[in-house]
Design a protein around this ligand. Structure first.
Ligand SMILES: [Zn+2]
Length: 257
């Protein structure tokens, strides 16, 4: 499981239908449409290059991102390159970035019981608490996979959970399976994210973007620095708020009050 390129969730038609149905079952609907458009840049697992280049790029625009950390991947190397170490966590936190939760073993949460998912999150949070003084409340489902049952009743552990199905988050979106736009080396993924940013600038909402490694010769799960920077610049120029998950969530809650 610790090399996500070696595992792929079921892509059959019934599995795809089930995935859509899961998205339609809202565990925790967003009660308010963000009037001020928000964009959040997130990095999953995460590779060292996401820390280094992601931090350089976001720092250039004086904004922060969210790093969903799979503690079992600490110090590993896989197709996405060298993974983070404790020093990277420290550097990111000092630079104002957010550490998010992403399970300990990067398991497919649609294939296990809710108890197992909870244990995984607890182990992940426990390991993070030993390495940092961060106490993450925002989570991303590995492979974006979850079920109606497993995303319900998680409030005591996590405040939001991000999935990987595309879409701009609006009133009624599920805070336990937030939609997001993947960035890969395929140019259409950058174009799709750029369109979402444009739409968010026009009509509000919350656009979340996710990727893995950030480097010139990126993996099929990552992106090139210039593609990432193009989107950060676009969001900034459009006057959108570029916020990590916790701040975005808090702003939406405050706006709703
Ligand atoms: Zn992941």
């Amino acid at each position: 499981m610790l090399d996500p390129s070696k595992y792929s969730p079921d892509r059959s038609i019934p599995a795809k239908i089930k995935r859509r149905l899961t998205l339609w079952h809202k565990a925790k609907p967003m009660l308010h449409m963000p009037q001020r458009g928000i964009v959040t840049f997130t990095f999953d697992d995460f590779p060292k290059s996401a820390a280094q280049h992601g931090m350089d790029i976001l720092g250039k625009y004086d904004v922060s991102g969210t790093y969903y950390t799979c503690t079992g991947m600490l110090g590993h190397t896989n197709v996405m390159g060298e993974m983070y170490d404790e020093g990277d966590l420290d550097t990111l936190i000092k630079a104002g970035h957010e550490i998010g939760s992403h399970t300990h073993t990067h398991l497919d949460c649609a294939q296990v019981s809710r108890e197992t998912v909870r244990e995984e999150i607890e182990t992940n949070l426990g390991a993070l608490a030993q390495m940092t003084d961060a106490s993450p409340r925002h989570f991303a489902w590995p492979y974006g996979e979850t079920t109606k049952r497993n995303k319900a009743g998680m409030d005591d552990l996590i405040t939001t959970a991000r999935g990987i199905l595309p879409g701009i988050n609006r009133k009624g979106s599920d805070l336990m399976q937030l939609t997001s736009f993947e960035l890969t080396p395929d140019q259409w993924t950058s174009e799709r994210a750029a369109k979402a940013i444009e739409t968010t600038a026009r009509g509000g909402g919350w656009t979340i973007i996710f990727t893995h490694d950030v480097r010139e010769a990126c993996s099929p799960f990552g992106t090139m620095p210039k593609a990432l920077e193009g989107l950060v610049r676009q969001a900034r120029d459009a006057g959108l708020d570029i916020l990590p998950m916790a701040e975005a969530y808090n702003q939406i809650q405050a706006e709703a009050a």
